[in-house]
Write a protein that binds this ligand. Structure first.
Ligand SMILES: [Fe+2]
Length: 399
């Protein structure tokens, strides 16, 4: 009798475990927000599921809501499909994308995704400001492709920073998310780890994505990030009327149409107070040879007086001296980076002229924090544990 009741208890437990497991597997997973268009009014929401069924719906509002019926707005997903990778054996996950386009600037938006057989938790994010004098911040960095323990610890640091400071509104990832950009398994692990960037109250930082050389091939990058900037993955954002951030792609030709885009974007926004570029492979590297982009982009950075270029790929910490015409010049462009979101770190080549003091170099896992106000752009590098490694102020140029 005792054996029989024990068996019954085990079967009951198994039944509920399987049921809960299946149910949990059907709730929207890997929720992320992407900014590649107008961050004051638009955001792309993306998520994953393990099966396809009825169309998923986002319920959203500018207040937190207890029930779906309370949300004032909803949007049916725009796209869905199977992630296409090269893994053998293949893993079946599906992506879902929805573009929200009627958001209010500098406002917290709350949303719940209703999936095939379950709902997500309620998440929230803050849209970009439309007031040119509104102070705000974003986190930058990249190279999260290996060492998941460090990657998760960096993500927890990002969440801690965001939880402590509502002025931090975005996460600019400079590329090399995973080692093999064609591997679904690696991307699903990255997306799972990305959940650690969520604050305890459910706030997510919109990702500003950049294609790294480890994502050079395959469609997964576009399926994960909703094809940011179109098929060539370059785009410009006004994070406020005073802050221009141009994301470029070092995996395609840097001359031709991409150079024309850079030239016309910088020309159009000449009067914008702060101007930054963001791309993966460095043109003033601290470890590797310079990327070909140096020839095509640096003359434009200098012509239009870019303030800062954010680079990745070297796996170290750097802030160069200001550079103009390959010399240290007070009014030059400063290049920072080079990726510390988890990957093992290298030693910078401190013999390079542009890395001599007052430049700053190091070798540690880190995030970069950019803080904008009317007169000053503050740049910080924070190490795991939150220790400050670099703290540098840029003065606004006369434009
Ligand atoms: Fe790289």
């Amino acid at each position: 009798m005792l054996q029989c009741s024990t068996l019954f208890a085990k079967l009951t437990l198994l039944f509920f475990s399987v049921t809960i497991g299946i149910y949990a597997a059907e709730t929207p997973k890997h929720v992320r927000i992407i900014w590649s268009t107008n961050p004051q009014s638009e955001a792309s929401i993306a998520w994953s599921s393990t099966s396809l069924g009825k169309k998923h719906v986002i319920y959203y509002d500018t207040e937190p809501r207890k029930t779906l019926a309370d949300y004032r707005f909803k949007k049916v997903q725009d796209r869905e499909g199977a992630y296409i990778g090269t893994d053998k054996p293949s893993t079946t996950f599906y992506y879902h994308h929805a573009q929200l386009s009627d958001l209010k600037p500098w406002t917290t938006h709350y949303f719940t995704i209703v999936g095939h057989k379950g709902n997500s938790q309620e998440f929230h994010f803050i849209t970009a400001p439309d007031n040119p004098d509104q102070s705000f911040k974003f986190i930058a960095g990249g190279d999260s492709r290996s060492n998941r323990v460090n990657r998760r610890n960096i993500n927890k640091l990002i969440a801690q920073q965001a939880a402590a400071d509502k002025e931090i509104i975005a996460l600019c990832h400079g590329g090399d998310y995973v080692d093999d950009g064609t591997s679904i398994h690696q991307w699903m692990a990255w997306l799972k780890d990305h959940a650690h960037c969520t604050t305890p109250t459910g706030r997510l930082l919109p990702i500003i994505p950049t294609r790294g050389n480890h994502e050079e091939k395959g469609e997964l990058y576009n399926q994960i990030f909703d094809t940011p900037g179109g098929k060539d993955n370059y785009f410009a954002l006004l994070l406020s009327p005073s802050v221009l951030l141009i994301t470029l792609n070092t995996n395609i030709p840097t001359a031709g149409v991409q150079k024309t885009f850079l030239d016309s974007t910088l020309a159009k926004h000449q009067k914008v107070r702060w101007q930054l570029a963001n791309y993966h492979s460095p043109v003033f590297p601290a470890f590797k040879p310079p990327h070909f982009a140096q020839m095509n982009w640096v003359p434009l950075f200098e012509k239009y007086n870019l303030d800062v270029a954010i680079e990745c790929d070297g796996h170290l910490i750097k802030r160069t001296v200001p550079i103009r015409q390959h010399k240290h010049a007070k009014d030059g462009v400063v290049y920072v980076g080079e990726g510390g979101f988890g990957v093992d770190q290298r030693k910078p080549d401190t013999n390079l002229w542009y890395l001599k003091a007052p430049a700053k170099t190091g070798s540690d896992h880190h995030i970069q924090l950019f803080s904008f106000d009317k007169d000053t752009l503050n740049f910080k590098v924070l190490l795991l544990g939150g220790k400050e490694f670099d703290n540098h102020n840029f003065k606004a140029r006369k434009r």
